[in-house]
Design a binder for this molecule. Structure first.
Ligand SMILES: Nc1ncnc2c1ncn2[C@@H]1O[C@H](COP(=O)(O)OP(=O)(O)OP(=O)(O)O)[C@@H](O)[C@H]1O
Length: 127
């Protein structure tokens, strides 16, 4: 199974996104938020640093949610019973997703509050 061609490996990665989309409501919500963030970038047309910040934080949220979902799936497969250690592990994974999600939200609020006034000013001069 190791060292498969790039096309195969890309296929596995896309299959991973599809599985997360099908199985995880959190992933669907976060993917929709990422799309909204890209739409906001297209409307606000900020400087490249904002594009970088939004794209990197959105990708981090999605990547961490994928890792969280993958680890939960493995945990549930090998230890489906209730256990305090599993609770701690899953809660820590959820905490990791929450940490990056809060950071992404702060970046999104900063983008809108700093860039929207310029766009509104631009629109006002057109009238
Ligand atoms: N086997 C278990 N033993 C003890 N507690 C558990 C166990 N499985 C889940 N929990 C508790 O339930 C919470 C939710 O776990 P679950 O596996 O349902 O994740 P989820 O709702 O899919 O979360 P996420 O949205 O992060 O994917 C965990 O954070 C943990 O506190």
């Amino acid at each position: 199974m190791k060292n498969r061609p790039l096309r195969d490996r890309l296929g596995f990665a896309v299959a991973g996104w599809q599985a997360a989309w099908r199985r995880e409501r959190s992933f669907r919500t976060q993917a929709c938020c990422a799309v909204l963030a890209i739409v906001a970038l297209l409307i606000l047309r900020p400087s490249p640093i904002w594009w970088t910040l939004i794209v990197v934080t959105s990708a981090l949220v999605l990547a961490l949610e994928l890792i969280n979902s993958a680890l939960e799936a493995v945990i549930d497969r090998f230890h489906p019973k209730i256990h305090p250690e599993i609770k701690a592990a899953k809660d820590m994974l959820a905490g990791a997703v929450l940490a990056i999600s809060v950071a992404a939200l702060i970046v999104a609020v900063a983008l809108v509050t700093t860039q929207a006034p310029a766009l509104l000013g631009e629109l006002a001069t057109w009238q």
